[in-house]
Design a protein around this ligand. Structure first.
Ligand SMILES: Nc1ncnc2c1ncn2[C@@H]1O[C@H](COP(=O)(O)OP(=O)(O)OP(=O)(O)O)[C@@H](O)[C@H]1O
Length: 579
C-alpha cells in the first residue's frame, strides 16, 4: 500500500491542529533560531575582514558572537522541548484512536489477528510515529527553511557560489528521493518481522501452562529461533541499506564542500572575494551539510515511520463488519428473545447453525443443551452480535438486534462465560470494569444479594484485594462468582450463562447455583448447560444437534414425555449430553 504526501499532511493536520497554538510558538522559535544561524557567519566574516582594525571593535564583535550563540542555544532548547511535547501528545491521541478502533472491530477480525500483533501496531508502530510528529516540524521544516536561507544568502554574496550550492543541493535531493524508493521495502520488511516475532511470543506466553505440561518447549524454541533469525536478516538488511543511504549523502556533501572551497580560492586569487566571505561561505556550506545530514536522518526515520504508518493505515481502513444500528431504546426489565429461521457459519462454506426458530418469552429461562460443537455458544454470539446471522433474524424485545446501537445492545445483555476475563487489579476494579461511578455500597449490595457474603469475607483485603495477572489467583469457581457480580452490577435485560464444563467442589457449586437463581430473578436467561442438574430450574429446554434444533419446549412437559429426547437424557444421565 503506497502512501501519498497528502496522507502525511492529513495525518499532521488531524493530530497537530488541536495543538495549533504550540505549533505556532514552535514555528516562531524556529524562525528566530534560523535567523541567528544565518546571521552568525556574517559576524565571522566581519571579524575576519576587520582583523587589522581596532581591537575594541573586534572585542565587541566577539562578545556579540558569544551572546548570539547563547541565545541560539536557548531558542533551540525551547523549540526541542516544545516539539517533543507536541509529538508525544499527537502520538498519544493516535494511540487512543487506534485502540478504540481495534476494540470496536468485530470478532472475525480479532480471530485473524493475535493480541501480540495488535499490540505491536497500537503501541510499537505508533511509538515509531512519535519521532515523525516531533521531528517533522523541528528538523524537516526547520532544516528545510535554513537550507533555503543559506542558498539565498550565498546567492546574495556571490551568484556563482550560489549557483554551485543550488546545483549540488538539487542533485542531492533528487538522489535522496530515488534512494528512498530502493531502501523503503527493507524497512517495511523489518517492521513486519518484528511484529510477527512479538505476536508469536505473546501467544506462547499466554499458553505457557499448556506448553510446559505438554513438553512443547523445544517446538516453541525452534519456531522462536526461526522467527528471530528472520527478524535479524530483515533488520540487518534495513540497517545496511540505511547506512548506504547516509554514506552516499555524506560523500556528496564532501564533494560539494571541496568544490565551494576551490571556487572560493580561485575568486580570492583574482581579488573578487575577501577571505572573510570565503570563510562565511565555507561555514554556510558546513551548515548546509549538517542540515542535509539532519534531513537525511529524518528521512531514514521517516522510512521506518512510513512502514509503521502503512500498517496503521491498513488497520484504520479495516472496515467493521458489524455496523451500528439506528438505535432502539427499550424499557428497563426483562426482554423476550426470538430466533427466526436463523442460519449461520463462520465462513461461507461452513454451516454451524441451520433453520433455528424459537421464542423465549420475557423473564423466562432457557436451558441450552447439545453435544460439543453443536453450536450452543455460536447461537448466543448472534444475540449480542459478535457475529451477524447469515439468514433469518434474531430479535431482542421483539426488535431485530441489528436495529440497536451496539453499545445499547451489549449493555442490555450480561454474559458469564467459562473463560472469565480478569485483570491484574483490585476486586473492585474487576467488578466495575474500572467505573469509579459505581459505589462500594452498590458492590456490597450485589454481593449480598447474590449470596456471596462469605466469599467476600474470605478476601484478605476486601474489595481492595488485588488479583494476580489474568486472575490466576482465583479458582474457576471464584472467577465465575466474580463474573456474576459483574453482570449483576450491569443490570441487564438478558443474562447468558455458559456453565463451567468441569465439576466444581460441592460448596462452590451450591454458591454458584444460588447466585444464578438470584441473578436470573426478573430477567430473561439462557443457560448453556453441560450438566443436567443445571437445568433443573429453567422454564424451557432447547437441544441442539449439529446446528439444528432437535427439541424445544417447556422443561416440565418434555421431562414427562417418554418419547422426548430430554426425558431420555434424564434417564441416561449427563454423559450422553457431553458425548
Ligand atoms: N470463531 C470461530 N471460527 C470458526 N469456527 C468456529 C468458531 N467458533 C466455533 N467454531 C466452530 O463452530 C462449531 C460450533 O461451535 P460452538 O462453540 O458454538 O459449539 P458449542 O456447542 O458451544 O461447543 P462446546 O459445548 O464445546 O462449547 C464448531 O464446529 C466449532 O469448531
Amino acid at each position: 500500500m503506497e502512501l501519498s504526501f497528502s496522507h502525511y499532511m492529513s495525518l499532521l493536520h488531524r493530530y497537530l491542529r488541536p495543538q495549533w497554538l504550540k505549533v505556532c510558538l514552535l514555528l516562531l522559535l524556529l524562525a528566530g533560531s534560523i535567523g541567528l544561524e544565518l546571521y552568525n557567519p556574517q559576524l565571522l566574516k566581519h571579524f575576519i575582514d576587520s582583523i587589522r582594525g581596532s581591537l575594541d571593535s573586534l572585542l565587541w564583535l566577539s562578545l556579540l558572537f558569544i551572546g548570539l550563540i547563547c541565545l541560539h542555544q536557548i531558542l533551540t532548547t525551547l523549540a526541542s522541548y516544545l516539539s517533543e511535547n507536541i509529538g508525544w501528545q499527537a502520538t498519544n491521541e493516535l494511540r487512543l484512536d487506534l485502540a478504540l478502533h481495534c476494540l470496536n472491530l468485530d470478532m472475525s477480525f480479532h480471530k485473524g489477528h493475535t493480541p501480540g500483533e495488535l499490540l505491536e501496531r497500537v503501541d510499537g508502530d505508533v511509538a515509531q510515529l512519535s519521532d515523525f510528529f516531533s521531528q517533522f516540524i523541528f528538523s524537516m521544516l526547520g532544516r528545510g527553511l535554513l537550507l533555503v536561507g543559506i542558498l539565498a544568502v550565498t546567492f546574495w554574496t556571490d551568484g556563482r557560489l550560489g549557483l554551485l550550492l543550488l546545483a549540488s543541493t538539487a542533485l542531492l535531493l533528487v538522489s535522496i528521493r530515488s534512494l528512498r524508493g530502493i531502501t523503503a521495502p527493507s524497512f517495511r520488511a523489518a517492521r513486519q518481522a518484528s511484529a510477527e516475532l512479538a505476536s508469536f511470543f505473546e501467544e506462547r506466553l499466554i499458553s505457557i501452562e499448556d506448553i510446559s505440561s505438554n513438553g512443547a518447549q523445544p517446538y516453541v524454541l525452534a519456531r522462536l529461533n526461526h522467527l528471530s533469525r528472520r527478524s535479524l536478516r530483515c533488520n540487518r538488511l534495513s540497517g545496511v541499506s540505511g547506512r548506504f543511504f547516509s554514506t552516499t549523502v555524506a560523500m556528496s556533501i564532501t564533494l560539494t564542500t571541496a568544490a565551494v572551497l576551490t571556487l572560493g580560492a580561485y575568486l580570492l586569487r583574482h581579488g573578487q572575494m575577501s577571505l572573510g566571505t570565503i570563510y562565511a561561505t565555507y561555514t554556510y556550506t558546513s551548515l548546509l551539510s549538517s542540515s542535509l545530514n539532519s534531513i537525511t536522518l529524518q528521512l531514514n526515520k521517516m522510512q521506518v515511520a512510513t512502514a509503521s504508518l502503512q500498517r496503521i493505515t491498513e488497520l484504520y481502513n479495516t472496515p467493521n463488519a458489524l455496523l451500528d444500528g439506528p438505535g432502539a431504546e427499550r424499557p428497563e426489565g426483562a426482554l423476550a428473545v426470538t430466533f427466526k429461521q436463523v442460519g449461520f457459519g463462520y465462513s461461507p462454506e461452513q454451516s454451524v447453525l441451520q433453520d433455528i426458530s424459537f421464542e423465549l418469552a420475557q423473564g423466562r429461562t432457557l436451558g441450552l443443551l447439545g453435544r460439543t460443537g453443536s453450536g450452543k455458544t455460536t447461537l448466543t454470539r448472534l444475540l449480542y452480535r459478535t457475529y451477524d446471522t447469515r439468514e433469518g433474524a434474531v430479535l431482542l424485545g421483539n426488535i431485530d438486534v441489528r436495529q440497536y446501537k451496539l453499545s445499547e445492545l451489549r449493555s442490555r445483555i450480561g454474559i458469564v462465560t467459562q473463560d472469565v476475563q480478569l485483570f491484574q487489579a483490585s476486586i473492585r476494579d474487576n467488578l466495575t470494569f474500572f467505573d469509579a461511578n459505581i459505589s462500594d455500597e452498590r458492590i456490597l449490595e450485589a454481593l449480598v444479594h447474590l449470596g456471596l457474603t462469605s466469599w467476600y469475607e474470605s478476601l484478605p483485603d476486601g474489595l481492595d484485594t488485588t488479583l494476580a495477572p489474568a486472575g490466576k489467583s482465583l479458582s474457576s469457581g471464584e472467577s465465575q462468582l466474580l463474573a456474576f457480580a459483574r453482570v449483576f452490577l450491569q443490570n441487564p435485560a438478558l443474562v447468558i450463562l455458559d456453565e463451567a464444563s468441569s465439576r466444581l467442589d460441592p460448596m462452590t457449586e451450591k454458591l454458584i447455583e444460588g447466585a444464578v437463581q438470584r441473578l436470573l430473578e426478573g430477567r430473561t436467561g439462557i443457560i448453556i448447560a453441560h450438566h443436567l442438574e443445571t437445568v433443573r430450574h429453567v422454564d424451557n429446554i432447547l437441544i441442539l444437534d449439529e446446528g439444528r434444533i432437535q427439541e424445544y419446549g417447556p422443561r416440565q412437559q418434555l421431562a414427562i414425555d417418554p418419547t422426548s429426547r430430554f426425558a431420555h437424557l434424564l434417564q441416561t444421565g449427563l454423559t450422553e449430553v457431553l458425548a
